[in-house]
Design a protein around this ligand. Structure first.
Ligand SMILES: Cc1ncc(COP(=O)(O)O)c(C=O)c1O
Length: 466
């Protein structure tokens, strides 16, 4: 089945009970043979896609405001990506950058490096020189970044943040502090990791301003970690998401990232920006880090949207930081040429206006959600940048009680109305659509959301109005 432009324009259209017969059969097979560790909620079985529309195997169409967890940056089956991937697949699939050369790796590294900020290098010169290590996933990028920070500094300790998510492999899991189920029965973890507070202004209990919240979080590291738990000269790096993803799409004030950077410079450790979820145009710039003037992470991790749906991860580092000898780190599949071709095609589109489009569409989506907030008392907070937008649901404005059950119900029910969304944090919904969405699609998505929220609040016997 190939989705026609008419089907795309008419989406969403639900023609069967959900799941339809073909979807139900696949889910039955899946249950028998696939690891039950995945966290599938509603029964969506993709059969086709076009832009921001995804169809299931029974021909029902959905508006995709999830993009395979912030991955399909250019939308499903973008013709430019399809062409470049097909061309590459017709040439060669693999050779392994660990032992051989192919042009895609330096070409992609050059183009990614060009998206990074200027910095002062170890000799005091202005530089825009970066080196890149290619891998296959977000966790693998984080894992490598941790190794690089330890290697470069000769120090062991890593500081990361509560509510952060960095992946499922041992190093990435150890720096993660998202859900305890992700660690239970997997200990012992990688040692010398400490967690600190990430500014979450909406949940600040003392009525502080965002800047004061950020200052408190910085002070916590200086006063409670340094000297008491760890000496600052033992710290290899602070690992930070410029916008927390799985933790609830929480945007810190600029002063937080700049404060961490000042601390790093003072004590001689590195800043690793985990842009696995926020990067590659999603926030309306190539990197969320670029939106904080003066912030220039020493190491940056990318994956998810990097190749718009093919598995590719990258560690970008300042040239003098990624200065490790042959044999210390490698990956057989990392920088696979077909995935690199998809990433180069993604960059073509971002350069050609998709970043700006994401910014405009993000503003439109945010404005529409704010209108919804004026009608629904359960919407506590709307926040984000570009097309990384979070909506936090509460039981009531006075206590800001976390409306987790309502959130889960809204996410599930939206599917049955043709809208694909996912939760994040304890009680938030994330909107991470393909960057190609249109105003018309957002208008439809918001109408669906309003219907769904009214239905779910009625089930919970919770009033709608503010
Ligand atoms: C910020 C961040 N880092 C790392 C990861 C791990 O990426 P992956 O699932 O590709 O290993 C994720 C995944 O959600 C993420 O959001």
């Amino acid at each position: 089945m190939v989705l026609s432009q008419e089907q795309v324009a008419a989406a969403p259209q639900i023609n069967t009970a959900l799941p339809g017969p073909k979807a139900a059969a696949i889910i039955e097979r899946d249950k028998k043979v696939i690891s039950p560790s995945y966290t599938r909620g509603y029964p969506f079985v993709i059969g086709d896609g076009n832009g921001a529309v995804a169809a299931d195997v029974d021909g029902n169409t959905f508006l995709d405001y999830c993009a395979g967890i912030a991955v399909c940056a250019t939308g499903h089956n973008h013709p430019h990506l399809v062409k470049k991937v097909q061309e590459q697949a017709g040439q060669f699939f693999h050779m392994s950058g660990t032992d051989f050369y192919y042009e895609h790796m330096p070409e992609l590294a050059e183009r990614l490096g060009a998206t990074m900020p200027e910095y002062i290098d170890d000799k005091g010169n202005r530089s825009k020189a970066y080196r890149t290590f290619f891998c296959n996933s977000g966790a693998e990028a984080v894992e490598g970044a941790l190794k690089l920070a330890r290697y470069h500094t000769g120090r062991q300790t890593i500081i990361s943040f509560y509510r952060s998510f960095h992946g499922r492999t041992y190093g990435a899991m150890s720096v993660t502090a998202s859900k305890s189920v992700q660690k239970k029965r997997f200990r012992p973890l990688v040692p010398s990791v400490h967690h600190a507070h990430y500014p979450y202004h909406y949940r600040e209990p003392h009525g502080a301003t965002p800047e004061e919240t950020a200052a408190y979080c910085l002070k916590y590291i200086e006063e409670n970690l340094f000297g008491k738990v760890v000496q600052p000269d033992e710290v290899a790096a602070i690992l930070v998401e410029p916008i927390q993803g799985e933790g609830g799409y929480v945007v810190p004030p600029d002063g937080f990232l700049l404060g961490l950077q000042a601390m790093a410079k003072q004590h001689g450790f590195l800043i690793i920006a985990d842009e696995v979820q926020a990067g590659m145009g999603r926030t309306g710039d190539y990197w969320a880090s670029n939106q904080v003037p003066g912030f220039e992470p020493d190491i940056l991790t990318s994956a998810k949207g990097l190749a718009s749906g093919l598995p590719l991860g990258a560690i970008l580092a300042k040239h003098h930081v990624m200065n490790w000898p042959p044999g210390v780190h490698a990956s057989t599949f990392g920088g696979n040429p077909v995935a690199c071709a998809a990433a180069l095609a993604t960059l073509d589109l971002l350069d050609d206006g998709l970043c700006d489009h994401a910014k405009q569409q993000g503003e439109y989506l945010m404005a529409k959600l704010k209108t919804l907030q004026s009608k629904f008392a359960c919407i506590g907070d709307i926040r984000g940048r570009g097309l990384m937008v979070g909506m936090e649901l509460i039981t009531d404005a006075a206590t800001k009680g976390k409306a987790k059950a309502l959130r889960d119900d809204i996410v599930d029910t939206a599917f049955y109305h043709g809208l694909i969304i996912l939760g994040c944090g304890e009680n938030s919904i994330r909107f991470s659509p393909p960057l190609v969405i249109t105003n018309e699609q957002t208008d439809k998505a918001i109408d669906i959301l309003a219907t769904v929220m009214t239905e779910c609040l009625a089930k919970q016997k919770q009033p709608v109005g503010v």
